[in-house]
Design a binder for this molecule. Structure first.
Ligand code: 5GP
Length: 199
């Protein structure tokens, strides 16, 4: 069991400063979370985006330290054993995890910290940080999701099958989240995320 730090107490860390908060953004692979995230960060540079650690290979154009920290499975398992992750999970055959220290430091300094993570990780965050705001992004339909994943042309047939299978499980869990947003029209979805964050 990972150590739980007293995020709630951050309200008193600096006088007059509002407390930080964890925002969890989840949704099936291919739903457009990444694109929504990028636009959200452009519009709100005050948000802190947590760069995850993964054992997945970089896709073309992905940059180490920007999109992810790409590391080996052995190294990832060492970091797990050292308690370095706030949450972690295996997804479609690879490990993904949120670096603990960087995120907690940002929350404690009053930032809104956004984690773009899958379902198991979101559940871990909900257990450890009940005050986190959780948002689930839904596709307009499963057929549309499959079209988007295939359209990316970035994954092998096997990876696509695993992601689609996992997507069904994740979509069923959408009701567990505080807010559900359908990414049919990009601008509408982005506005809905902003409304949830800054209401
Ligand atoms: P992808 O390989 O497409 O970049 O990501 C696969 C899935 O892993 C996505 O649903 C993404 O949100 C999720 N993910 C990315 N980083 C993390 C993380 O740090 N923790 C968890 N639990 N999931 C993550």
């Amino acid at each position: 069991m990972m150590q739980v730090l007293p995020i709630q107490s951050c309200a008193t860390t600096k006088e007059g400063q509002s407390p930080g908060k964890l925002i969890v953004l989840t949704g099936p692979s291919g739903v457009g979370k990444g694109t929504l995230m990028r636009s959200l960060l452009q519009r709100h540079p005050e948000l802190y985006y947590s760069v995850s650690v993964t054992t997945r290979s970089p896709r073309p154009g992905e940059i180490n330290g920007k999109n992810y920290y790409f590391i080996s499975r052995r190294k990832f398992e060492q970091l797990v054993a050292q308690g370095q992750f706030l949450e972690w999970a295996e997804f479609a055959g690879n490990y993904y995890g949120t670096p603990r220290e960087a995120v907690l430091n940002q929350v404690l300094s009053g930032k809104l910290v956004v984690l773009e993570i899958e379902l198991e990780g979101a559940r871990q965050i909900r257990t450890s940080f009940p005050s986190a705001l959780s948002i689930f992004i839904l596709p307009p339909s499963f057929e549309e999701l499959e079209k988007r994943i295939r359209g990316r042309g970035q994954d092998s047939e096997e990876a696509i099958a695993r992601r689609l299978c996992r997507a069904k499980v994740e979509i069923k869990a959408a009701d567990e989240f505080d807010v559900q947003i359908v990414n049919n029209d990009f601008e509408t979805a982005l506005n809905a995320i902003e409304a949830a964050l800054f209401k």
